[in-house]
Design a protein around this ligand. Sequence first.
Ligand code: DGY
Length: 325
Amino acid sequence: MPSRRLSVVVTRRLPEPVETRMRELFDVRLSESEAPMPREALAEAMREADILVPTLTDVIDAPLLAGAGDRLKLIANYGMGVDHIDVATARQRGILVSNTPGVLTEDTADMAMALILAVARRVPEGMAKMQEGDWPGWAPEALLGMRLRGKRLGILGMGRIGQALARRARAFGLSVHYHNRRRLHEGLEDPLEATYWESLDQMLARIDVLSVNAPHTPATFHLLNARRLKLLKPSAVIVNTSRGEVIDENALTRMLRAGELAGAGLDVYERGRGVNPRLRELPNVLLLPHMGSATREARLEMGERVLVNMQTFADGHRPPDQVVP
Ligand code: DGY
């Protein structure tokens, strides 16, 4: 089947060059709105399209997949994380799922490092003082933070982004510790001089900074629960640029309020719950609106990966970034 006859529904506006190329290659229906597609419109799109291009704001669960038309054969996600797609059910129904790995690695690692630096050095508190006009002048003991050099960074989830963060962290004099489902092979671990902890609990008790870089899966949901968070030193800071669900956000909020952690930098939150208003009230908490991959370059390259996956599929092959459950 020539690729231009495949019908494609894209749920959000994408970078203009990506939309243009898609239109050249496929019969495309683009969302007119900047907002997420309503569920009913998504259900309709899945009945009619050969390829669906969703983003992380579209929850594609079993009931939606059950209503998908026989034509729907590829869900080419614009993004890396696929926790909003029931990949196992899609597979049972013969629908392939692809994502966009690689192209947002460095930018997301930059953001994790930015959060570590900002929270360790109490940037949110300093900014608030300046914005409120509450600065009586330099003082020897004002806003003292944590020196990163010589401290231990624990990385939970040592995939591409975790490794990219480890490279940055070493330049700041942090030693790298990590917990991952599988230990990295020597070729990857040795250049990072990274210490592998099979026991997450043991790692948590020893580190000064924790970065969450693990995807959200049933196995990682609330992996950082109240018990594990309490293993961290009270002087520790925690950052999350992966998915909110990996941390029990209520437990984290309670600990930050009680001064049992020094600070947190969060770019992601538990789906469907909004940002906990209590987090907003806390001084050394830096909250960002999920912008880890928000560079012009990454968002364009994500679109280019989507196109590669779509074209390969249209040519009768498996998309190179196929996700398997
Ligand atoms: C992704 O692609 O999953 C990222 O979270 C988007 O920033």
